[in-house]
Write a new protein. Structure first.
Length: 212
């Protein structure tokens, strides 16, 4: 049985406005579009309606989400997990889409041009299989490398995944971002990420994205 793994935490800078209600929304959305049993689990620093794992580590920005690759996470959440961002809309049935055998399947993100910054943290993963991603975390070395590539955006788990796995041929899904699709829903878009100011639950979203 797959685990729907989510993160919810308060940002020290106040730029994140996600709430437990958004976790409930994602669980219902996943349940509607996944035809097999699943278990919702949220790693959070606040109460939620599903099973909760207290925040295991506090780090700047979103680096804490890399803890998913730790041995400790494998003990608490064993087996197959689908770790998903909160601000998404699921557009098609995911049952066959998530039926893949690879230990780790990442979202290949088209938001950033070029090869230096490409992997989203949304992933399909068998916990405990890539603990090196967490154990070898070296933010300083990563930032030095990005500086050598004239890349300035280096403050997230996405940056580390893209840096650390840059020489590996990783299995991927194609990530779809609403801001890049604009008015046309792509035929292969199963999960659409709303990374901009307008979120999928905003009233304005349907005005901006007619396919929603």
């Amino acid at each position: 049985m797959i685990t729907l793994l989510m993160w919810l935490y308060k940002s020290p800078t106040g730029h994140r406005s996600y709430t437990p209600a958004h976790i409930d929304r994602l669980i219902k959305l996943f349940d509607k579009n996944y035809q097999k049993p699943f278990k919702p689990v949220c790693i959070s620093d606040q109460p939620v309606s599903c099973e909760r794992i207290p925040m295991p580590v506090v780090m700047e920005n979103n680096f804490r989400r890399l803890w998913t690759y730790s041995k400790e996470c494998a003990k608490l959440v064993p087996g197959r997990v689908f770790m998903c961002d909160i601000d998404v809309m699921i557009m098609r049935d995911l049952t066959d889409y998530l039926d893949r055998p690879e230990p780790l399947v990442l979202m290949n993100d088209p938001m950033r041009k070029g090869a230096t910054y490409k992997y989203s943290p949304t992933c399909l993963h068998t916990t405990g299989t890539r603990t090196d991603i967490w154990e070898n975390l070296d933010i300083e070395a990563m930032r030095k490398w990005y500086a050598s590539q004239n890349e300035k955006i280096t403050g997230s788990d996405m940056a580390w995944l893209s840096y650390y796995l840059r020489n590996e041929d990783m299995p991927t899904f194609r990530q779809h971002r609403a801001s890049l699709m604009k008015q046309e829903l792509h035929d292969d878009a199963y999960i659409v990420h709303f990374s901009g100011v307008v979120k999928c639950w905003d009233k304005k979203a349907k005005e901006v994205y007619k396919w929603l």
